[in-house]
Ligand binder design. Structure first.
Ligand code: UD1
Length: 430
């Protein structure tokens, strides 16, 4: 059984999950002929109610899990595909529990939540999409071919250092698998897509030291009016990407831009995350990677819990208020809500163009030292620090201009750096 589907809030079950190992090859017009030994797939459509669903690929990870919860709170039915390669199945129960708690408190209907443990690159995905095809005559006024009305794609490798050591794995998963995914989705009539991108696509433009606008990295040459009223022109392309990981994000964006230009029936939002940090206020969802972290907040957490003796602060000679680097730290719940806003625009076909990029940040920068201070305050413990030279590939400042997301998605971040620190400590100390 590869599917967990619950609707009873009061007794979160303990799912026993296994990875589907289906081997099927079929087109959208032909039922996959081999459903392996998974009984839930032997009868196409049998277990799927007529409804609309959002498919979240990589929905048990750090940002994915918070996004799934926000989707459920907004009333969306969610289907998660996750291979557990960098997440844990227990996250599913926690999302379900928090959604049920919310719905009980607000009197809302608890939407459906399903989990399919599979690699999104496996043939099982095709079997899954087959099950979510609209039934003939289910709703004659709706011409859509799939009950999946939007896809949010999180499943990608994300370690900068690992990408330098194993570039082919990164290109294979983040780009190769991604191209196949897009072809398969289109085959099943699914063309609403939200992509996890990163501020890393700005490359060395970030060194300019002023907030980054979406127009600073474009995939077709653009002219625009800057904050001072001057006309500017940006050539397509990018400079100064420092890792294969960063290149995969840029390549995927470029592929999506080309795809939407060739077929405007697509509705695609690429969300450029700045520095996602923090955890759900319950302390039940957080950043729980299977990999050793290299990012600032998880490393500080390791120092605070005694796993690591000191925090190495990389760079104290940047042109910033205290010499340490500046980043735009965005609370993961704000980021998750940004996905819900983007998905709504994608599904309603309200994007300004079939492919649209959005910065998801706060618009305000904080130094590494300010982060250390906020975490010391939250944990009421001191953090031993060692000052080191600059880390290779780092930029001194990276802050978002959030005008586009504010005006076009009606979204803005709400939480402060101290909220990020408090919620991180709540999760870690649990
Ligand atoms: C990093 C990735 C970026 C990715 C983002 C996702 C690199 C070069 N970039 O961004 O591609 O999209 O994470 O979250 O890794 N710092 C310390 N000590 C530490 C760890 C970090 O001083 O032990 C400093 C860094 O030098 C940097 C700041 O903290 O100045 C933020 O670092 P990090 O959390 O790794 O994020 P980014 O480098 O901004």
């Amino acid at each position: 059984m590869d599917t967990q589907s619950f609707s009873d809030a009061s007794s979160p079950p303990s799912p026993s999950l296994s990875v589907s190992t289906l081997s099927v090859a079929a087109t959208a017009d032909t039922a996959p002929s081999d459903f392996g030994d998974d009984s839930s797939l032997t009868s196409p459509n049998a277990a799927v109610e007529d409804a609309s669903y959002i498919l979240v690929i990589g929905g048990l990870g750090y940002i994915g899990s918070h996004t799934v919860l926000e989707l459920l709170k907004e009333g969306y039915n969610v289907v998660i595909v996750d291979d557990l390669s960098n997440s844990f199945s227990s996250v599913f129960d926690r999302i379900n529990f928090l959604a049920a708690e919310h719905c009980q408190a607000t009197g809302q209907r608890l939407p459906s939540l399903k989990l399919h443990c599979m690699d999104y690159r496996s043939p099982s995905l095709r079997s899954l999409l087959w099950r979510y095809r609209t039934r003939p005559n289910a709703n004659p006024s709706d011409s859509r071919r799939s009950m999946i009305h939007g896809v949010i794609h999180f499943a990608a490798f994300k370690s900068v250092s690992e990408s330098i050591a194993r570039p082919l794995d990164y290109y294979q998963n983040n780009v190769g698998g991604f191209i196949d995914l897009l072809s398969t989705l289109k085959e099943f009539g699914i063309d609403g897509f939200v992509f996890s991108s990163s501020a890393t696509v700005y490359g060395s433009v970030a060194n300019r030291g002023i907030p980054l606008r979406e127009e600073d990295c474009v995939h077709q040459t653009e002219t625009y009016t800057d904050a001072s009223g001057a006309e500017r022109r940006t050539e397509n392309g990018v400079r100064g990407l420092t890792s294969p990981y960063g290149r995969t994000k840029w390549m995927c964006e470029a592929i999506l831009a080309d795809l939407a230009a060739s077929d405007p029936s697509w509705s695609i939002a690429a969300l450029r995350y700045f520095n996602p940090v923090g955890c759900h206020s319950s302390g039940l969802l957080g950043e729980d990677s299977r990999q050793t972290p290299t990012n600032l907040f998880p490393i500080i957490s390791r120092v605070l819990t005694g796993v690591k003796p000191t925090l190495d602060v990389f760079g104290t000679d940047w042109a910033t208020s205290d010499g340490t680097a500046v980043r735009d730290f965005i609370h993961v719940v704000d980021l998750a809500r940004g996905h819900v806003s983007a998905l709504a625009a994608v599904a309603a076909r309200k994007l300004a163009s079939p492919f649209r990029t959005f910065n998801l940040g706060t618009g305000h920068g904080h130094t590494v030292q300010e982060v250390v201070d906020s975490m010391e305050h939250a944990a009421k413990r001191s953090i031993p620090v060692r000052h080191e030279g600059r880390r290779a590939g780092d930029v001194g400042s990276c802050v978002a201009d959030v005008q586009r997301a504010t005006s076009e998605l009606d979204w803005r971040a709400q939480k402060s750096l101290q909220d990020c620190a408090e919620s991180t400590w709540a999760y870690v100390s649990k």
